[in-house]
Design a protein around this ligand. Structure first.
Ligand code: ADP
Ligand code: MG
Length: 692
């Protein structure tokens, strides 16, 4: 039960049935039709084990109207005892057409007397697990429902009209009366369901606003770029001009960083800056910590925006940290940023799991004494040993790949003076608007909605694996014309070894097909130095084809690569496919992405591949991903704090969502106690997750 999240009485009360079984009536056998799920009652006329072939227990029962055959392929001696000739039984199941007429296979059954009463309400069937019997769970839920505190928390008049009280709604949903309309219970349109969804959405909105208000009480150093300072020098040194979208989001970020804290005068005379040196006339200006998501499609140029934000922080006398989910990605950032920032006299440190010994100690010292302006790395950046003298800005790339705890840990890296660093999170998986409104009410969002100039759109083609050789022939032509090609093999999660052998086989096959050309292999088991060497050959252009497992998923940037083949595309998630595809189409050359699949495809698999073929737009992909998977999975439980919406559907229940959004601020202001209880009732300990 703990695994199902069932701990408190209220958790049981909110554990709602998946469906119901009707034990409130008896159908005469003559009126029980094929395909119907019914309950019948009768006397056992025959009970025998058929020994021909497989042992089967055959039972014949009879009521006043007709006879019915029951068939059990698995059975125990206890079956024969309860179903012995002359016993009266109630059986429940689907009527099927059998060899001897209508029958039930493996029905539910129980011994009854003439006067055994029928159930007074429909019987709930709960989400359970293999080791948790329904009957046991039913009792536990009924007990929890009875004990749970279901008092009305909301002031009169605020619940949308015609919705029952929470107590009535729950009693109804757990034990619907015999005449209940099953269809409205199953599609969740019944007012009792509506009430529940409203409650849930309200709790979720309340917790968001609460988190927002708590954040507003925190302080961060105000970071302002100096005129003629680092930011301007960086812009002047870049080999390209910013796109309009990059300019806009950079300004949004700069504004957040500099914005004086609303609760304080612009200069707080009481707080000297932590490093002791003057940041603005000897006093530390305070701001509200930024909590901003920078979203932009793959290749839209987020890195340079991050570099500019870092330049603002460094210019203001503070340090910056950049954390990326993989070593390859961190390294790409490191190379790019060092190229941009070192010529400006900045010191960039590098910290990953593979940096060890003396080198590691040097990096740790540089972070701790403040001499490193920017620290780039993987999860290694948030380890306990890592201390920063003056962390002003923390940037997280591919933020959805990190958990809540990791984001919190990064925030805690500025331990001095009860200050928090500003947070900039970056993602190539945009959050659809409905999700942004609900899960991320507490997050400011900047969107890069424009690609740098000179990119040509990618054409995506979907082929069955039977066409593999046609694809390889196409690769031969393209490579002969000077193109570079990625070939991506899937990650088979259960077995890294199998994953590798697949990639190795494919590598051999393609090496043979491309005689005379250099064909490389990149996979997760290689040492960082080996990976780097392969990447360097591919970026340099001497390697023409790179066979890779998904280690190239994020961040790799080789503009001359114009063809990508993804093998077993059906095994990838939609956003992962889109990210992979973003590795091509980075140069001026028209690019092609080939998705090879091995059938049969599931409906979801078909939907995903179709979405890929139909659009290149990351926002549209994200929207479809949300449609295909639903919000819980879309967010990943690590990110959402375990699927916060169990009942409500953001799209279907938008009317209720709007009502909850209107009500939440008023409730917090005028009935803070009720608001607090509402959040606790629904979210319990999960509420903490929303704050990260
Ligand atoms: P992503 O948003 O996927 O992280 P990157 O920051 O890696 O994208 O940028 C993709 C490529 O586009 C890089 O090679 C980068 O140098 C280049 N780039 C970024 N901004 C511009 C621009 N305004 N004009 C031209 N090229 C740009
Ligand atoms: Mg990137």
């Amino acid at each position: 039960m703990e695994k199902l999240g069932l701990l408190r009485d209220i958790d049981f009360a909110l554990h709602l049935p998946l469906r119901y079984e009707d034990e409130t009536r008896i159908t005469p056998i003559s009126e029980a039709h094929e395909g119907e799920n019914v309950q019948c009652e009768g006397e056992v006329m025959e009970c025998r084990v058929d020994q021909r072939g497989r042992r089967v227990l055959i039972v014949r029962i009879q009521d006043d109207s007709d006879e019915l055959l029951l068939r059990f392929i698995h059975f125990y001696p206890s079956h024969q005892k309860t179903l012995a000739v002359g016993k009266r039984v109630r059986v429940r199941g689907e009527i099927r057409h059998g060899f001897f007429g209508r029958e039930m296979v493996h029905p539910q059954f129980k011994a009854v007397q003439e006067d055994t009463p029928l159930a007074a309400s429909l019987t709930p069937v709960y989400p359970a697990s293999a080791s948790l019997p329904q009957a046991y769970l039913r009792k536990a839920v009924a007990a929890g429902l009875k004990r749970a505190d279901l008092r009305e928390l909301l002031p009169p008049g605020v619940v949308p009209a015609k919705l029952p009280s929470l107590r009535d709604a729950l009693n109804y949903l757990h034990h619907p009366p015999p005449q209940a309309q099953l269809s409205t219970l199953e599609d969740h349109s019944h007012p009792a369901w509506q009430r529940l969804k409203f409650e849930e959405l309200l709790a979720q909105q309340l917790s968001q606003i609460q988190a927002q208000r708590e954040r507003a009480l925190l302080h961060a150093p105000a970071l302002r770029a100096q005129p003629g300072g680092l930011v301007e020098r960086l812009l002047a040194a870049l080999p390209f001009g910013l796109t309009g979208a990059q300019q806009r989001v950079s300004e949004e970020i700069a504004q957040d960083l500099a914005l004086p804290h609303p609760s304080l005068p612009a200069r707080d005379a009481g707080s000297p800056s932590p490093g002791g040196e003057a940041s603005s006339g000897g006093f530390l200006a305070l701001a509200q910590p930024m909590h901003r998501l920078l979203q932009g499609d793959v290749g839209s140029g987020k890195t340079v925006v991050a570099a500019l934000a870092a330049a603002v922080a460094i210019d203001a006398g503070w340090q910056c940290a950049l954390m990326a989910p993989t070593e390859i990605l961190a390294e790409q950032h490191f190379k790019k940023l060092i190229g941009w920032l070192e010529p400006l006299g900045l010191k960039v440190a590098w910290l990953t799991g593979s940096v060890k010994g003396k080198a590691r100690q040097k990096m740790l010292d540089a972070a701790a004494d403040g001499s490193a302006h920017l620290v780039i790395g993987t999860h290694a950046v948030i380890e306990d040993k890592v201390k920063f003298a003056k962390l002003g800005l923390a940037i997280i790339d591919e933020q959805h790949r990190f958990g809540v705890a990791q984001r919190l840990a990064l925030r805690k890296k500025l331990a001095s003076m009860e200050l928090e660093p500003h947070m900039l999170m970056m993602s190539a998986t945009p959050i659809p608007r409905t999700l942004a409104m609900t899960y991320f009410a507490d997050l400011a969002v900047s969107t890069i909605d424009e690609l740098p100039p000179g990119r040509s759109p990618i054409v995506t083609k979907v082929f069955a694996d039977a066409k593999r050789w046609n694809v390889i022939e196409k690769i031969q032509e393209e490579v002969a014309r000077g193109a570079q090609v990625y070939w991506v093999c899937p990650l088979i999660e259960e077995s890294e070894a199998m994953d590798l052998s697949n990639a190795t086989e494919t590598h051999a096959e393609l090496s043979a097909a491309l005689e005379g050309y250099s064909v490389g292999l990149l996979h997760g088991r290689m040492a960082p130095a080996e990976k780097a060497a392969v990447m360097a050959q591919f970026s340099g252009g001497e390697m023409k084809l790179l066979v890779a497992t998904t280690v190239i998923e994020v961040g790799v940037d080789v503009p001359n690569a114009s063809l990508m083949v993804i093998e077993h595309a059906e095994r990838f998630g939609l956003s992962q496919l889109h990210q992979l595809r973003g590795r091509v189409g980075r140069g001026a050359k028209a690019s092609v992405c080939v998705l090879l699949y091995t059938g049969p495809l599931s409906q979801t698999g078909k939907d995903r591949l179709r979405a890929m073929a139909e659009t290149n737009d990351g926002f549209e992909i994200a929207r479809r991903d949300l449609d295909i998977r639903g919000p819980g999975e879309f967010m990943g439980s690590r990110q959402s704090g375990a699927e916060l919406l169990r009942f409500a559907d953001l799209q279907e229940d938008s009317v209720l969502l709007q009502a909850a959004r209107r009500l939440a601020p008023m409730l917090l202001d005028q009935h803070p106690d009720a608001a607090h209880k509402q959040v606790a009732r629904w979210l319990g300990s999960k509420a903490e997750f929303l704050k990260a």
